[in-house]
Design a protein. Structure first.
Length: 287
């Protein structure tokens, strides 16, 4: 009854039952796994809690990484110069969670560990400043879950399959749609936000230096968290994508399959094969 395979399905179900996308996702999960809606919400609440803790733990852990200094600490210690308060906090949180992932912290793969900083950064930075309730956070995360499920079904969320457009791109789309839901936007605005976020990251390669989720992964989480904010702001202003969501998702998959294998998480091309990268590998005794 509440099964969906495409973004268009989500919107049609929401319109038919006069519910939000988040509510449709909850009902779908309950139906698929034979749970009550309260049980589904409880499971999500646990993930929201872990997601928030990943920010706190990332900010608190002073352990250095192998390749980069504590980038989140640099953001904490500066006064915003060009970014507004929300965007500055988003970057800080995204770096903290991504650095924490590289240190083997517990994170919520949303949709992957390599892109784990984007959703919590956007959701909690906006939520804290806007005074979000637990229900607001649920709306954000269930909306993002629905978007992520559709992308995973019809495209991919693995860098090894589709490049980083499938990881940070999908995460940015999920965060964009999620934060629109958190702020009480319409189902259509949610769809436009996720579409614009994904459309404007097409072709992003996955080329981690030394095969580690540090460079460029950590900073990339910060960049594409702000990317999600941009998409959400545009959608809430009434700006729309000329290409529908499901068509963009299909193009993302097609684009990912044409990206050379060297640029799909193998660390054999792109930034991973620069002179700087070779020196880093030698320093880490990996060559």
């Amino acid at each position: 009854m509440y099964e969906y395979g495409y973004i268009d399905d989500l919107l049609k179900l929401a319109e038919k039952h006069k519910k939000s996308v988040a509510e449709i996702v909850i009902l779908s999960e309950a139906e698929e796994y034979d749970l009550t809606t309260k049980e589904v919400e409880k499971r999500m609440d646990e993930r929201i809690k872990i997601s928030h803790e990943s920010i706190e733990n990332g900010l608190a852990d002073a352990t250095p990484l192998k390749m980069i200094e504590r980038e989140d600490r640099k953001m904490v210690e500066m006064q915003p110069q060009v970014l507004g308060e929300i965007a500055h906090r988003v970057v800080t949180y995204a770096l903290a969670v991504s650095e924490g992932n590289a240190k083997m912290h517990r994170v919520v793969a949303c949709p992957t560990a390599g892109s784990c900083g984007i959703m919590p950064a956007v959701t909690f930075a906006v939520g804290e400043i806007k005074g979000a309730t637990q229900q607001n956070y649920r709306d954000a995360y269930f909306t993002a879950a629905g978007i992520g499920k559709v992308i995973a079904k019809n495209a991919c969320v693995a860098g090894a399959v589709g490049g980083c457009q499938a990881e940070c791109g999908a995460a940015s789309a999920m965060a964009a749609g999620g934060v629109v839901a958190l702020l009480g936007g319409t189902n259509e605005q949610m769809m436009e936000a996720m579409t614009m976020a994904l459309k404007n990251v097409l072709g992003l390669t996955c080329d981690p230096i030394a095969g580690l989720v540090e460079v460029p992964c950590v900073k990339r989480n910060g960049f594409f968290a702000v990317h999600a904010l941009t998409a959400a702001e545009m959608a809430l202003a009434g700006i729309k994508s000329a290409v529908p969501a499901d068509q963009v998702i299909r193009v993302m998959y097609e684009t990912g399959r044409t990206i050379p294998v060297s640029l799909r998480e193998t660390s054999t091309g792109g930034l991973a094969r620069t002179e700087a990268a070779k020196k880093i590998r030698e320093r880490l005794h990996m060559d």
